[in-house]
Design a protein around this ligand. Structure first.
Ligand code: FDA
Length: 309
């Protein structure tokens, strides 16, 4: 892992830095490259724009590791209200939630109940994706996913290709006809848990994607979402899916707001299911540091904003 990436991921966990950095206008301006704004209405407006271009939205309100039950309850209420607004606007879309934002650190039961309330309200048409957080959360996240999957068809879970364990986790999930979003992984992990070299992560991503697509071709009810901006991997996935006999609408691509927009539009134009994950909210610091760590050249973008007034 590069030094800049390590430093940025360490910064993402610093409360001291979060309290300071979020006050500066130039940092707030730079953040707008990756999110349409802090307010949910900003996210809804961006989603309406995307839908005109053939892209659908996945909404996520920024936040993680809440420390009080009332915060977790407020997040749940927020998502229930968002689902109501989406219906009011006749705006289709999915949700992506972090379990530590729904109170996983406080009580697994509270978290499960909140997740189920959101899933119930979301209904069959709206997928609720569970994000995967750092490695100490993987077992608890998969446990919550299994419990929720037993009751709801519209729940999906994210798996990270950088973890050695993911191959076995995928194997254990396949009998559930799961919905899986595959990503490379964004947290600071040691070499004990995760491939330290990018090319090994990429190779594992390609292997896991192939396994997911083959399973989706064999069994009904599975959903596969490929969450990457890596054009080489996207091409490999397309080739493998075609060889496995899967149509363009049998799986989906998901990317983040503000990254590889031309590719997002190209996929939609070519008839693939392309979705944009739109993040919003005021708790953006750790998430933003992870975006910078993915591409340390982005730090220059922040610096440029310092001088652009
Ligand atoms: P890679 O980092 O190799 O990037 C490929 C190319 O994409 C780069 O060369 C660059 O052009 C562009 N790019 C990528 N990141 C960029 C950035 N920040 N700024 C500018 N350009 C950039 N992780 C996790 O641990 N848990 C989760 O739940 C999720 N959820 C999730 C959902 C969705 C829809 C996506 C797309 C991603 C996530 N992630 C995630 C993040 C994921 O793990 C990973 O960190 C990022 O997607 C970056 O990795 P890529 O696959 O894009 O490859």
């Amino acid at each position: 892992m590069g030094v800049t990436r390590t430093l940025l991921l360490a910064a993402s966990q610093s409360r001291w830095l979060r309290a300071r950095a979020t006050r500066y206008g130039f940092v707030r301006r730079a953040v707008l490259r990756f999110m349409p704004g802090e307010d949910v209405e900003d996210a809804l407006a961006a989603a309406r724009e995307f839908s005109r271009e053939g892209l659908s939205a996945v909404f996520t309100r920024l936040g993680e590791n809440v420390t009080e039950e009332r915060e977790a309850a407020a997040v749940t209420r927020h998502y229930l209200e968002l689902l109501r607004r989406m219906r009011e606007l006749a705006l289709p879309g999915d949700l992506s939630v972090k379990l530590t934002q729904l109170g996983l650190d406080l009580s697994p039961e509270l978290c499960h109940e909140s997740l189920c309330r959101i899933l119930e309200r979301a209904g069959r048409e709206c997928m609720v994706w569970i994000d995967m957080e750092s490695s100490p959360y993987v077992d608890r996240t998969l446990e919550q996913y299994r419990r929720a999957r037993a009751r709801f068809p519209n729940v999906g879970v994210c798996l990270q290709a950088y973890l050695y364990r993911t191959e076995a986790d995928l194997g254990s999930l396949l009998p559930l006809a799961p919905a899986v979003r595959l990503v490379k992984g964004a947290y600071r992990e040691t070499r004990e848990h995760a491939y330290p070299r990018r090319r090994d992560v990429d190779a594992n991503f390609a292997r896991l994607a192939a396994r997911l697509l083959d399973a989706a071709a064999r069994q009904k009810g599975m959903r596969v979402a490929i969450g990457t901006h890596d054009l080489r991997l996207i091409r490999r996935v397309q080739e493998h899916a075609e060889a496995a006999g899967l149509g363009k609408d049998a799986y989906e691509f998901q990317m983040l707001y503000g990254i590889q927009r031309p590719e997002q539009l190209r996929l939609a134009r070519e008839g693939y299911r392309a979705k944009v994950l739109i993040s919003y909210g005021s708790y953006w610091f750790p998430w933003y540091m992870r975006r910078l760590a993915e591409r340390p050249a982005n730090v220059w973008f922040v610096v440029r904003n310092l001088f652009s007034g």
